[in-house]
Design a protein around this ligand. Structure first.
Ligand code: HEC
Ligand code: HEC
Length: 343
C-alpha cells in the first residue's frame, strides 16, 4: 500500500507526477475559488450536516500505519512491512476469478511518470475503498463520460481544492483515450459485490483520523454520532493488502434508513422517484448508474456536488432537479439507505 510515506500522495507514481503539477493546480483552483467567492458565485458551502462526507485531516496528521508486521495475506502467506509497502506498485490480484482479465492500466504503473493503476484507489475488482467509489458494473459509456468530465474541468468538488477529487482529475488527464476505453470496458464487465454493512445507532466506536481524512477504529471507547455518519474499514491489514474480502462498516443515525427509503420512493421535493431513472432496485439503467450498495460518503458528496453545480457533465442535467430537491440532512438519509441496499 502506497499512501503511507512522507511526500506520497496515494501512490509513488502519482506523487512523482504530482510533485510539479499539484501545487500550481491547487494554487490555481484555490485562487479561482477565492475570486469567484468574492463575486458571490461559489460558496465553499459544505453544509455542516454534510461535513462527514468531505473529510479533511488537520495538517500534520500521520498517515496510515498498520504496525510493524509481518502481515498475513489473503492466501495465508506472510509478508514483511517492506513487501506490504511495495504492493501498490504492482497490485496483487488475490481473486482473479472475480473479474475479467485486467488490462495493464488497472494493475500496474506502465510507464515512467505514468498514471497510477486504477485498482490502487478503486480496487482490483472495482469494489472501491473507504470513501472512494466502487466502479464495478458501472456502464462503460458512463465511465468514459465521467473521465472526460474530470479531464475537461466540468466535474469538480464543492470543496475547492479537495485532494481526493483533484487526484482523480489528475489521473483522468494522465491516461490515454485507449486506456480510458480499456478501463471502462473492464470495470463495466466486473460483477458488483456487497461490501457495506450499515449499523444504526446513537454512537459509533471511537476513531482516529489518518492523513486523507479516513477514519479508523481506535481503542474501545465510543463517540456520539450527532447526525453525522462514520465509516470505517473492517480491517486495516485487509485494506493494505487490497483484499477483495474487505468490508466497510457504516454507523448512521437511528431512523436514517427508513427516512431515506421514503425519500427515494417519493423522489423528495422534485417528486421524481429515484428508481424511475436508476432502475428497479436502484441497480442502474442506461446512463443512470447503480446506486444500491455504494459508499455513502461518495453518494452524499455527489448529491451535494450536483446540487451545488460543482459536478457538471453531459448527462448531469437530468439529475439536477432530484439533487436540488434534497436538503443536506435528506442527502445523508438517502445515501445511508442506498448504501444499505444489496448491490
Ligand atoms: C489516486 C486515486 C485514484 C486513482 C489512481 C484513480 N481514481 Fe478514479 N476516483 C478517485 C476518487 C477520489 C474519485 C471520487 C472523486 C470525488 O469524490 O469527487 C474517483 C472517481 C472516479 C469515477 C467516477 C465514478 C462515478 O460513479 O461517477 C470514475 C469513473 C473513475 N474514478 C475512474 C477511474 C479509472 C478508470 C482509473 C484508472 C485509469 C481511476 N479512476 C484511478 C480516485 C482515483
Ligand atoms: C430523471 C432521471 C433521474 C432521476 C429521477 C434521478 N436520477 Fe440520479 N442520475 C441520473 C443520471 C442520468 C445520472 C448520471 C449523471 C452523469 O452522467 O453525470 C445520475 C447520477 C446520480 C448520482 C451520481 C452517481 C455516481 O456514480 O456518481 C447519484 C448519487 C444519484 N444520481 C442519485 C439519485 C437519487 C438519490 C435520486 C432520487 C432522489 C435520483 N438520482 C433521481 C438520472 C436521474
Amino acid at each position: 500500500m502506497r499512501w503511507r510515506g512522507a511526500g506520497q500522495v496515494f501512490g509513488l507514481g502519482l506523487a512523482r507526477t504530482l510533485a510539479p503539477t499539484l501545487a500550481p493546480t491547487l494554487a490555481r483552483s484555490l485562487t479561482l475559488a477565492g475570486a469567484l467567492m468574492s463575486l458571490g458565485a461559489v460558496k465553499d458551502a459544505i453544509p455542516p450536516a454534510l461535513a462527514w462526507a468531505y473529510p479533511v485531516a488537520p495538517a500534520g496528521t500521520p498517515p496510515t500505519d498498520e504496525g510493524p508486521g509481518p502481515f498475513k495475506t489473503p492466501a495465508g502467506t506472510l509478508v514483511t512491512r517492506a513487501q506490504l509497502d511495495a504492493m501498490g506498485q504492482n497490485l496483487p490480484d488475490w481473486a482473479p476469478s472475480q473479474h475479467p482479465p485486467a488490462p495493464p492500466i488497472i494493475r500496474h504503473v506502465t510507464r515512467k511518470d505514468g498514471p497510477a493503476p486504477c485498482a490502487e484507489c478503486h480496487g482490483m475488482a472495482g469494489a472501491g475503498l473507504v470513501t472512494l467509489p466502487d466502479l464495478a458494473g458501472l456502464p462503460a459509456p458512463y465511465i468514459v463520460e465521467q473521465l472526460r468530465a474530470f479531464r475537461s474541468g466540468q466535474r469538480r468538488s464543492s470543496r475547492p481544492g479537495w485532494l481526493a477529487t483533484n487526484l482523480m482529475i489528475h489521473e483522468a488527464k494522465a491516461v490515454t483515450d485507449d486506456e480510458m476505453g480499456e478501463a471502462a470496458r473492464y470495470f463495466a464487465a466486473t460483477p458488483r459485490r456487497a461490501r457495506i454493512q450499515v449499523i444504526e445507532s446513537d454512537f459509533a466506536p471511537a476513531t482516529r483520523m489518518e492523513r486523507f481524512g479516513w477514519l479508523y477504529r481506535a481503542g474501545s471507547g465510543r463517540q456520539p454520532l450527532n447526525g453525522q455518519v462514520i465509516e470505517v474499514p473492517g480491517s486495516l491489514v485487509q485494506m493494505a493488502m487490497y483484499d477483495p474480502a474487505l468490508t466497510q462498516i457504516v454507523y448512521a443515525p437511528r431512523g436514517a434508513i427508513a427516512r431515506g427509503e421514503a425519500l427515494v420512493q417519493s423522489g423528495g421535493a422534485a417528486g421524481q422517484p429515484c428508481a424511475s431513472c436508476h432502475g428497479a432496485g436502484l441497480k442502474g439503467l442506461g446512463l443512470a448508474p447503480p446506486l444500491a450498495g455504494r459508499d455513502p460518503s461518495y453518494l452524499a458528496r455527489m448529491l451535494w456536488d450536483i446540487h451545488s453545480g460543482a459536478r457538471g457533465g453531459p448527462s448531469v442535467a437530468l439529475m439536477q432537479a432530484p439533487a436540488r430537491g434534497l436538503t443536506p440532512r435528506q442527502i445523508t438519509e438517502v445515501s445511508v439507505y442506498l448504501a444499505s441496499l444489496k448491490p
